[in-house]
Design a protein around this ligand. Sequence first.
Ligand code: ZN
Length: 445
Amino acid sequence: MADQTPPQLWQTTTPVEFSPKLNDNTQVQALLISTRQGAGFEVAAGQVSHAIGSRATQVLLDFTAAGCAMRYLIDGQWEQLPPLDRETGDGMLFALKQLCLLNPADRRSAQSGSVDIKLKKAKFELRLQSQGVPTGERVLLRLESNEVPFSTLGDLGMRDKMVSAFKARLNDEADIVLITAPKSEGLTTTWNVSINAADRLVRDFQSFEDEARPEPDIINITPNFYGGSTGLSADEAVRKAILKEPDVFLFPELVDPETFQRAALQIDKAEKKIITRVVAGGAVEGLVRLIAKYPDQRKSIADKVSGVLGQRLVRRLCDNCKLGFQPPPQLLQQLGIPPGRVAMLYQPFVPPPIEQQVDENGRPAPITPCHNCQGRGYFGRIGIFELLSPGPQLRDALTKTQDLGRLNAIAKSEGFHGVQTEAVLTVARGLTSLDELKRAFAKKQ
Ligand SMILES: [Zn+2]
């Protein structure tokens, strides 16, 4: 008798391999053997693989009396999946907690742990956070690729002219460059790709990193660790590095004021450069935050910052199924695009309701979803960038006010194109849709 139940998602993929984070290989093998004996191991290996295959970066599991609800975060958007029954979900969670070296029997306390995973040749880290809630338990799985996406600034969505302008800022001497992005909007990726685009071969780059939060390796960048087992403060790490006369000081996170000042002095004394980064909603806000962290150096920072990169992430239209349309003249006018400049704009393909998916004889003819984006209409995300090169009036204003509205107005009067202006260009280039811009910009303004 044939079983009519369709396979569950976890049964449809190549399972991942788990490598628990234990130093002793015998212990690793013992843990894998005992986990495999549980009913949930296969579910865990299959479900995690399915999530990665769907390009999910997070999986949210809600365990209630009714079952295990499941959502994937794909391109910054949550998508609901079919729930697992409670027994299957419990088994999967039990296995995942074991593999993350947590207590699988504890369903109430807040727990967090991680495990390395491999899918074919790609390596990832899975971080699990669980917490009992009144209705049951909530679990978040974060999936992070171990490979640094060494794409180019162009691949990230930056237009050619801005790439040249930004590279010039990265390669100038005796100044400060700041890279910003809103929280969870790709700051680390943009940082890595930017540093990779800088001229690392002819200049000596030294990076200063908290031992607890090391950065991915970049060729020709020397990491200097502080904290933890190094026994060094950030300041001591910088002092040691200065003896080697590096050209560029990289601060992936803002260090204490004394350390920053020590590096900044090298800008005046020896034409050195600082590149640092901060979470912020835009370039001007980033600059204000940098100054707020080092108020004693307000004037010096305002004088020395040569470029600030801001960015927002939007979903990229699927190249395979996006639909072109001739924009009506009044729409172009609204967007500030001169007539004749853009022949086509694009929108995502949205299939009609299922009852309208019929052939010429009115018989049901369901449309096969796009194989590339699985019918989402979007595939991946791109950055919309703004590059601020402060002029004399903005430098002066930065020493007097922190009012973002005023500072932005001054920046614009000096020729700064904010991310909204850049966003329209991204639509005109056919990379994203107006609907997506509305959604992305409504979220945080
Ligand atoms: Zn598509």
